[in-house]
Design a protein around this ligand. Structure first.
Ligand SMILES: [Zn+2]
Length: 90
């Protein structure tokens, strides 16, 4: 009886072309000069009230007009913790 796991593995590695980092850059792996895609922003929702968010003019964070809260973007990563959201000035 042959252990079929080894054969299966060899076959898989020939057939399934996994992404090879040496084959150029991945379209989503861009770094630097990162601005948030406006289409992506439209998909984001406030974790508190689930209304859509808007990006601030200086890309500092996402604003929920309904809650008057700003979810800050820290080092390019949006922080959607309601407890850490900054209240907007009235
Ligand atoms: Zn909200």
């Amino acid at each position: 009886m042959i252990a079929s796991t080894e054969l299966g593995f060899a076959e898989r590695s020939h057939r399934g072309r996994v992404w090879d980092p040496s084959q150029g850059s991945h379209p989503h792996a861009k770094h630097g000069g990162m601005a948030f895609d406006k289409d992506l922003v439209a998909l984001l929702a406030c974790p508190k009230c689930h209304q859509s968010l808007r990006l601030t003019n200086d890309d500092a964070g996402f604003v929920c007009e309904a809650c008057r809260l700003m979810y800050p973007i820290e080092d390019g990563i949006p922080n959607f913790l309601v407890e850490e959201a900054k209240p907007l000035n009235p």
